[in-house]
Design a binder for this molecule. Sequence first.
Ligand code: GLC
Ligand code: CA
Length: 540
Amino acid sequence: MTEKRLWWKHGIIYQIYPRSFQDTNGDGIGDLAGVIQHLDYIQDLGVDAIWLSPINPSPDVDFGYDVADYHTIDPKFGNLQDFERLTQEAHKRNLHIIMDLVLSHSSDQHRWFQEAQKSVDNPYHNWYIWRDPAPDGGVPNNWMAMFGGSAWEYVEHLNKYYYHMFTKGQPDLNWHNPEVRSTMLDVFRYWLDKGVDGFRLDVFNNYFQDQQFRDNPPEAGFSLRKLVRKFEAQKHIYDTNQPEMIEVVEDIRSIMDCYPERYVVGETFLASSAQARTFIGPNRLHAGFDYGFCNAPFSAQAYGQAIQYWDALHGKDAWPNYFFNNHDTPRSTSRFARGDSDAIPKLLLTMQLTVRGTPYLYYGEEIGIRDISLPRSLIQDPVGKQYWPFNKGRDGCRSPMQWSARENAGFTSGEPWLPVNKDYRVRNVEAQAASPASLLAFYKELIAIRRAHPALNAGALELISTDDDDLLIYQRQEGDEKILVVLNFSRQITTCQLPIENFNKWELLYAGNEAITSQMTENDLNLPAYGFAILISRSE
Ligand code: GLC
Ligand code: CA
């Protein structure tokens, strides 16, 4: 490889939702000791980094995304020593640690907010966003909360409203206040000094709001979705994506660059891909999240377009990310897989691991966990509580990791905070580790192939047009290594005419771990339903 191998760029990032990974003390909630216990497992997968969803103290109105103290660890997960041990043990295994920083808002239980609401003269008052009531006593403007209702919450003894983009337990911090800004930038240094390798910034493009607090204009057109969720009936031009953010991402990057090989990735929210791209670059964030790929319908053409668009948008001085799963989205197995078959998950992973960009995996996808479905009484997520039954929230994709066929899938000896998927006796790590034909074995093989081939983890990508709408074909190239990827999105067996010259110089590198019907005769490749082939040519 011409360029030095960078863990966050050429490697793979594995997201853990700590509450659901491994409980070690029987309280039904996963903890840091549980993550430490499985570091060998994670290393063995072949990934390079772990992104931990938030582990700072939190009253869990939004399960960690409401932080009550930025400088320590929530006791339900452990303590600072546990975190330091986790970081050291991870580093011993060449695993990097990415923390989730939730700096757009804090918890209303944070000491700063507790102070802020005491009086307008309190030194912390201006750490949050306060406005007088409208002349009629109502809310200051039409901004809505993503998680339901107005974004303004009235505090009677102050006769003022405070602003919250999410629940009222998540008041937005006032980033226009220089004290807030410098305190927040110190949070980066604090964790970097503790050996953290990177950060994922929660909804960072919401740090600033319009200073004139202008009303958002309506989004044209009627839909049931907009009726149920008024937040979606507005164009979010004044409550997000303000120009001030560019300077802050530059400040963040200059802090990161004081430490070797660190990484910061931002979750953009309510931004177009093009807007999201403006925050990324050599002096800005290393990378961003875009839902274009994750949300694309299951079709060769839709993925082809998403890849081409995202690849071109990033160009040479930025690097894309690709994910299908995280803690906010129904699992791709539940969206796309048919019954218990792993054929579609394998096809999707092959695409994700062979396009140009960093793949993000989400705990449990390597064994094909499906979403759980809960009755209303068991819903935990504020989104599900608010919008049931139109939107049942995000609990479905947060169910406990399925380690073994033992009770509660080996996740806890107590009562799990969310039910374990009922299929755990069949679908679990222990069973799949023992089977060379398992999805887990497939993940490991493909990850190893990606790691071994610079064309796959670093090379340029070129989409290759085909007459068959169900096929997605692209070539990756780095130096003299060329790799061709052919993916069949149909449930029919397909014969593909390979777009290659010097056919004899190509060989089949990988086509999965099942008996495949893939046969190459002359330039023809036969692919099974949802089958794929990775071909390699080194000699040109
Ligand atoms: C991000 C998180 C999500 C959280 C929200 C508010 O979108 O991924 O889980 O609810 O921000 O912090
Ligand atoms: Ca626990």
